[in-house]
Design a protein around this ligand. Structure first.
Ligand SMILES: Nc1nc2c([nH]c(=O)n2[C@@H]2O[C@H](COP(=O)(O)OP(=O)(O)OP(=O)(O)O)[C@@H](O)[C@H]2O)c(=O)[nH]1
Ligand SMILES: [Mg+2]
Length: 134
């Protein structure tokens, strides 16, 4: 059985309710599509540590408060991912694509206008559901 890639994913939420998305570089898996920033959990790291590291490396955001949102397991033809997704409710720093990626702050009801990897539909639904329970 192929192994599952454990990925820490951050839904960074600004005070005005907008969410940070970034465009995946063309040469990567799901290149050209928009994503929530994050990356693979490395051995010896907790998922929170991985997420904090990835947010700083990719979009210059220092997360100061994380809460679990949803875990999505998705099978792509080439690999299976576990998207361990957290809401970043407090952070410091100005978001910028440190790896040259385009970034955008998007209202929840505009997320549907962007093309994400297939696994992300379930994350977007969880974001919409969380909005009403806050
Ligand atoms: N970061 C992130 N990855 C996602 C999302 N949705 C999704 O299917 N993935 C998949 O999760 C996998 C791992 O994410 P990644 O490429 O960001 O990993 P990483 O930052 O550690 O990259 P690296 O391996 O180049 O160092 C990729 O196959 C990617 O396509 C998402 O919203 N955010
Ligand atoms: Mg990444």
């Amino acid at each position: 059985m192929a192994s599952v890639v454990h990925v820490a994913v951050g839904v960074v939420c600004r005070d005005d309710g907008k969410i940070l998305i970034a465009r995946r570089p063309d040469h990567l898996h799901m290149g050209g599509r928009w994503e929530f920033p994050g990356g693979k959990v490395e051995s010896g790291e907790s998922v929170q540590q991985a997420l904090s590291r990835e947010l700083l490396e990719e979009v210059a955001i220092e997360a100061t408060d994380l809460k679990p949102l949803v875990e999505i397991r998705h099978e792509y033809p080439e690999k299976t991912v576990l998207l361990d997704t957290w809401q970043v409710t407090a952070f410091s720093g100005e978001a910028e694509g440190r790896e040259g990626q385009e970034t955008a702050w998007v209202a929840v009801d505009e997320l549907d206008h962007y093309q994400f990897p297939d696994a992300n539909q379930a994350i977007i639904e969880a974001i919409k559901a969380a909005e009403f329970s806050d």
